[in-house]
Design a protein around this ligand. Sequence first.
Ligand code: HEM
Length: 154
Amino acid sequence: MNHTLVTHSILRWAVLLFGVLAVLAALSATFSKRPYRNSDNKLSLFFMIACDLQLLLGLVLYFTGMWFEKVKAGMGAVMKDPSERFFAVEHALMMIIAWLLVHIGRSMAKRADTDAQKHKRTLIYFGIALVIILAMIPWPFRAPGIARPWFPQF
Ligand code: HEM
């Protein structure tokens, strides 16, 4: 059993939980024009921490697994195989972009002058990051070779 993979698989649910809660809070706050609360900052912080941990585990999986070896052996062959291309290129690259958006979004919200602007910036950056994350998870309904279980198999 690969403990890093099991943790990476479970932690996706924390990323999704905090991501969805942070986006919903920013959405309702934008409509109701309520102030930026401590709970908004906490949700945003938890989402960022979950993404940070996921990036760290992902990098370990990438460099200790066979993915980086495959890239080194030849990018051409990787790009021709849909499942290799998914994990070695698409998943890693797009998740790093999502992680960047979460960090930029949090610092942009911090630097905003008004509460309305804080909510709006959170909504836009986190919203786009969440869509990318949802699209790039190897859900069980994806093509064979890419599909992974909802929960890790013990
Ligand atoms: C929010 C960010 C991320 C989420 C939600 C996520 C989610 C997942 C999930 C659900 C799996 C399948 C686990 C399983 O087999 O049960 C997976 C596999 C994988 N992820 Fe991520 N991931 C994220 C970021 C990253 C990043 C940034 C990297 C690399 C830089 C990465 C590298 C990998 C690799 C290499 C695998 C396949 C591991 C293997 O089977 O050898 N992930 N990821």
